[in-house]
Structure formats: C-alpha cells, structure tokens
Design a protein around this ligand. Structure first.
Ligand code: NAD
Length: 521
C-alpha cells in the first residue's frame, strides 16, 4: 500500500456562509439524537446502564450523553479480551493496520461537522476549536498510520561478513489509554491510534465529562476495520482509570491529564504486582503554567493578540494556554493597558455562537476553582481587566487579567486552567528566563522580541517542551509541532512527532550466524 505523504487536514473556512449553514444543519441533526447512549464496550459486548451523565457546560440542564459506567469487573474483562486479541492484531502487517486507521480517518472526515457539533455540546468547544480538534484527530490517524509503516522497516545496522543483524520494533501488548476532556476527540484518538498503529490492543478510558465524543472514536476505529477485541471502551470516573492502570496485564499506559493524577499513575505503574511480567511503560502528558516573555523591543501589535488568544480562547482550557506574561518593565504599562483593553471586549458566550471567543468552563467545580483564584488575585494584587457581565446560565467565568501579584502567589504558581491571566514586570529577559527556569512545569512558552540575539538566548535557556517565538503559544499541528512537556509537565514524549510511536513498542535485536548456513533471502 502506498500512502500519499502526510498533510494536515484543512480546517473549515468558517467565514463562508455556506459553511456556517452546514454547521447549523449538523447541530440540528446532533441535537435530534441527544442524549447519546454510551455503552461500556468490551469486544462485541455492549452494556448500557446510564449511570454517568455528561451535560452541556453552557446549558447544564441539557444532557448530552447518558453513559454506562465501567466497573472493576469490566476492567478485568476488557484487559483479558485485549490480551487475548493482542496476538491476532499484532500479527497483521503494519500496512494492514495503517489501512484500518486511514479508513477510520475517512469515517471521521465524512462526519466531521457532526463530530464538531458534538464537541460544541459536550465540552462547550466553540466551533473553530471543535473543528480543529476533529482535524487533529484525523491527522493523528493518518500520521501514525504512516509512522508505523516506517517503524516496521527495520533501521540499517552495521553488517559484517558471516553475520546478519536486525532491529525490530514489536508491540508491547495491552495499552491503557486514559484521556482528558479538553481535546475530547483528538487526544484520546491520538493516544489510541499510536498504540493501535504499532500493533497493541487498547482499552480506552475517556474523561467522565466527554463519553459521547469517545464513543465516536471507537465507532470510527471499528468502522475502519479495527477488530472489537483490539479496542474496548470503558467510560467512567477516575476509579476506573486507577483500576485499569494498576492491572497486571497492562503493559503501556498512555495518559494525558493533570499533574497530580499523572504522578499517581507513574507511582502506581512502578509497583510490580504478583504475576506481573512487564515493566510498565508510561506516556505522561501533564499540565503546565505557561509563560510568555515580552521584551522591550517586541511588536505589541503582534504580542497583544497573540497573548490574548493564547490565554482566553476556549476559556484558557488548553494545556498549552498562556497563564503568565513576563514583560520588560520598560513597556509593562503599555502592554497591560492594551491587553486589558482587548480582554474587556472579549465575546463571552455560548459555544454554538460563531462570535463567541470565550465559552463557559467545563463544569461547576472548574468554575468554582477559577473564581477562587480570581478572588486570591483580587486580594493579593490588582485586577486590570474583567470582562463582565457573563451569561448567567452555564459555567461562565469572566475573562480576567491580574497584575501586581507577589512572588509565590498561588495564582502565579499553580495551574488554574481557566480564563485568568497574570502579567508581571521583569527587569529584563534574563530575569524572565530565571523565573521560567524556577518553575516545576515546562510545557509551552512564548517569546515576543525582535533582537535575534535575544531570540537565541531564550532558545538556549528554555526548558519547555514547545517554545513559540513571535506568535501565539497554542495550536500545535501534528507533524509540524510535535507536542509535549518536560519536567513535571510530562516525560518528554511528543504527540504528533516522529518518535512518538517508539513508546508503544519494544525493540528486539536479532543476530544470526550465517557463516556455515548461508543467508535466507
Ligand atoms: N500535556 C498535554 O498534552 C495535555 C493535554 C491536554 C490536557 N492536559 C492537562 O489535563 C488536565 C485537564 O484534564 P482533566 O481535567 O481531564 O485531567 P484529570 O487528570 O482530572 O483527568 C484525566 C483523566 O484521568 C482520569 N483519572 C482521574 N483520576 C485518576 C486516577 N487516580 N487514576 C487513573 N485515572 C484517573 C480521569 O477520569 C480522566 O479520564 C490539565 O491539567 C491539562 O493541562 C495536558
């Protein structure tokens, strides 16, 4: 099979009236199917019991999905099935597995408007972000399909007369995929696609906030030809994820989510339980506290929109979102004025409105958390902007800019994951880099500066996994910006990058003495 070279799926041209009309029609079709019924899916078996409910964050009365909830015995059954099915799926060639993923991508492409509409409802992703998320899911399927074929072609080793050497990458076995809600199709789909492409079987535990989106991923993969025993769906809360990652027969854990949960999973994975025969491999992509440095010579016409969109689009609920701006004191007042002005006119509204820039946050607990940090910011510093009023139905938080916070404030040090941006004055870029270097997080970062020597200096000092220079710091594209953090933000794996698939395989070197036996060709 020859696949065309990878290219990113183009996002929709949302300015066109015909495209907008298509979105409205797709939303009407999706609304007519709500609430979705999401089963526990273990192979061919499906169980509905409607114990877990996901609701629209903008209209909490609207139930988006009525989902079954996985149990401890479901975890055992799903892992046993995945283990039993692993030899069969692994025995397919990389090309055959790639074909299934490419067909799954085609399934999603055909339904991309409905998939985006479901994200708008279930996670309050505004249309442009929801569309981009579906495109990213398609990209992961297409990119890992090609990557797995490349990985299967063993790398060249040194060969000497009388000896044949080979390095093969073989699937590790059963992969547990535990996913967050904020990229409700792209992230679970990406982790699952990486595991499947390399011949592992998967048990997917999606976030409790987005079981409906997860159902669509499993449907796409099965429609593409991934056998039921190779992909099971276990909706549920954290306890289901905890039981899954602790299971003796899970060899790989692909986790994206918060730092505390990630650390707990890494600890659990390090415990070898009776009967366990593998060291568990953990792919951990965790939270951040992302800083944007603005030097005195920065182009503020570029910096202000870059900062505002990075901090507030999707209500600051991207792991890559800007949380702190470290601005040179010479231009701090000017930057604060301009960012405050831009934030005070942000359009806060429902995700299904095309004008909306800041939708509600995901759930009540998230709203309470963001409000709590806003109160601390008001108490310890000064609020430079707050876009109020916001709609009173749904989990809306006013976009807020805080300044003059004391060093060590929780607002500066903890991941808030909402529309609250802190701006701080620094003496110079070196001072800003010292602050960034002092943080335990190292996910994304940004720099606005014109002097090439400043750019070189920051490039050399940054610890972050993804540094963006003179642009916004969100929106990593598969194949273009391999994504993932360092330090306590992750163990350095790069989703959508050329070495991601290596985490799902184990290498085996084979050496054959051919001196007296000839070489079989
Ligand atoms: N680095 C990245 O690429 C990246 C991408 C997206 C989100 N994130 C991070 O994810 C977080 C937001 O997502 P969230 O609120 O869904 O995160 P979360 O950590 O609360 O939940 C993530 C998943 O883990 C499960 N879980 C909860 N407790 C568990 C346990 N004890 N054992 C196993 N699984 C458990 C949840 O049910 C969910 O499926 C933020 O911190 C954000 O920065 C990181």
């Amino acid at each position: 099979m020859t696949l065309a070279p990878f290219a990113n799926e183009p996002t929709l041209e949302l300015r066109r009236a015909s495209v907008r009309a298509g979105l409205d029609e797709a939303m009407a079709r999706v609304d007519a199917t709500l609430p979705l019924r999401v089963p526990v899916m273990i192979g061919e078996d499906e169980r509905f019991d409607g114990q877990l409910v996901s609701t629209d964050p903008g209209e909490p009365e609207r139930v988006v999905a009525d989902s079954a909830q996985g149990s401890a015995s479901d975890v055992d059954a799903a892992v046993a099935l995945a283990r039993g099915g692993s030899l069969q799926w692994a025995s397919r060639t990389a090309e055959e597995r790639a074909q299934a993923l490419v067909r799954a991508a085609a399934w999603m492409r055909e339904r991309r408007l409905e998939l985006a509409a479901l994200e708008v409802r279930e996670c309050a992703k505004p249309w442009p972000e929801a569309d981009a998320d579906v495109c990213e899911a398609i990209d992961f399927l297409e990119y890992y399909a090609r990557g797995a074929i490349e990985l299967a072609a063993s790398p060249e080793l040194v060969q000497v007369p009388g000896e044949r050497n080979e390095l093969r990458y073989v699937p590790r076995g059963v992969a547990a995929v535990v996913a967050p809600w904020n990229f409700p199709i792209a992230i679970p789909c990406g982790m699952t696609a990486g595991a499947l492409a390399t011949g592992n079987t998967v048990v997917l535990k999606p976030a409790e906030q987005s079981p409906g989106c997860a159902l669509r991923i499993v449907q796409a993969l099965r429609a593409g030809g991934v056998p039921p025993e190779a992909i099971s769906l276990l909706p549920g809360e954290g306890d289901v994820g905890a039981a899954l990652v602790r299971h003796r027969d899970v060899q790989t854990i692909a986790f994206t989510g918060s730092q505390p949960v990630g650390l707990e999973i890494i600890r659990a994975a390090a415990e070898v339980v009776p009967g366990q025969r593998y060291l568990k491999q953990v792919v951990a992509e965790l939270g951040g506290k992302n800083c944007v440095i603005v030097d005195a010579d920065a182009d503020l016409d570029e910096a202000v929109p870059g900062i505002v969109s990075s901090a507030f689009i999707y209500a600051g609920q991207k792991c890559s979102a800007a949380a702190r701006v470290l601005v040179h004191e010479a231009i701090a007042d000017q930057l604060i004025d301009r960012v405050a002005g831009a934030v005070s006119v942000l359009d806060v509204g429902q995700a299904d409105q095309l004008a909306t820039e800041v939708p509600p946050v995901i759930e009540r607990a998230a709203k309470e958390r963001v409000d709590r940090y806003a109160q601390i910011a008001r108490r310890d510093g000064r609020i430079a902007a707050r876009a109020e009023p916001v709609p009173n139905r749904g989990w809306f938080c006013p976009p807020t800019v805080a300044v003059d916070l004391p060093a060590g404030s929780p607002v500066l040090e903890e991941e808030i994951f909402g529309p609250l941006l802190a701006i701080e004055r620094v003496r110079d870029v070196e001072h800003a880099c010292d602050i960034v270097d002092g943080l335990p997080f190292a996910l994304t970062g940004g720099l606005f500066a014109r002097d090439p020597s400043t750019v070189r200096y920051v490039r050399g000092r940054t610890p972050v996994g993804n540094l963006y220079i003179n642009r916004g710091i969100t929106g990593a594209m598969v194949g273009r910006q391999p994504f993932g953090g360092n330090r306590l933000s992750g163990n350095g794996t790069k989703a959508g990058g050329p070495d991601y698939l290596r985490h799902f395989v184990e290498p085996r070197a084979l050496t054959e003495n051919t001196m007296r036996h000839g070489l079989e060709v």
